[in-house]
Ligand binder design. Structure first.
Ligand code: MG
Ligand code: MG
Length: 279
């Protein structure tokens, strides 16, 4: 079982965007995050990253959040999705719900046992939010990362999924991000999580986590190619754009959607490998 989980962890650690964060991977985090989720009572999945030039949310984040939420639902685990007003139409368009309004007391009112962030801005050292180009996007970001800071003092487990250094969770490796990532000293997130999953594209990290849950549960929980296409097309119809090119095209982080679909099929093929006996 561990060999399959390690294979998935390695698979999602490709670096197509040359973000240079994979020297910072903490091995085994994918497995530990998935194991923790299996005992979750209720999970809040936080996502949505604004594209400054267009004032809309990007295509990386919500598809991974939806795939994770649907997988947890199949395991009988309750889920809520959390985002801000700018990204709300995108989550509604892909059918991600329930989608309660953000407020600082959400952990208590929703009785969350876990929080997962999929490509969601985490505040930098100066308390502002930045995109990968070093541009200040604070006016487009509601402080949902506050929930993760608050969770440090509560019996709530947190998981961060990111691909660039400026997302919730990457605060756990802030010193490494500062050294390894372009403008890391400025954009690096200061918000840590208990478990941290790095991936070439954040959606891939979420698909990897769904793959790990599939291996642990012995059940294929991964989205189909059609699910992934429908999700992205629904987001585009609701105004979303690719986060790297700012274009309204079926791409994620500048990569053709076929690359995401191929990656999910590779994860599925690892899930389908025979288990390793007594390992
Ligand atoms: Mg990112
Ligand atoms: Mg991304």
């Amino acid at each position: 079982m561990r060999a399959r989980l390690t294979a998935i962890e390695n698979l999602i650690s490709r670096d197509p965007g040359h973000r240079n964060i994979f020297g910072l991977v903490i091995p085994g985090q994918l497995r530990l995050a998935a194991l923790s989720l299996l005992s979750a009572e209720k999970v809040g999945i936080v996502t949505g990253f604004p594209v400054l030039s267009k004032g809309v949310g990007e295509t990386d984040g919500p598809p991974g959040a939806l795939a994770l939420g649907q997988a947890l639902g199949k395991l009988g685990i309750e889920v809520v999705y959390l985002t801000d007003e700018l990204n709300r139409p995108l989550l509604e368009a892909i059918g991600a719900g329930p989608l309660p309004e953000y407020h600082p007391g959400l952990i208590e009112t929703e009785r969350l046992s876990h929080l997962v962030a999929v490509e969601r801005p985490g505040r930098g050292r100066d308390g502002r939010y930045y995109n990968m180009f070093g541009q200040d996007i604070s006016h487009l970001v509601e402080p949902l990362d506050e929930l993760f800071l608050k969770a440090e003092d509560l019996p709530v487990t947190t998981i961060g999924i990111g691909d660039g250094g400026n997302e919730i969770g990457l605060g756990r490796i802030l010193d490494g991000v500062t050294k390894a990532v372009d403008k890391g000293w400025l954009i690096g997130s200061t918000v840590p999580t208990d478990y941290l999953i790095l991936s070439g594209v954040s959606n891939w990290g979420a698909y990897g986590l769904v793959g790990a849950l599939s291996v642990l549960a012995g059940q294929d929980l991964l989205p189909s190619a059609s699910d992934i296409r429908v999700c992205i097309n629904s987001m585009l119809a609701a105004g979303s754009v690719d986060g790297v090119t700012s274009e309204a095209v079926a791409k994620v982080d500048g990569l053709d959607l076929r690359e995401s679909i191929a990656l999910v099929e590779e994860i599925r093929s690892i899930f389908l490998l025979p288990s390793e006996g007594c390992s």
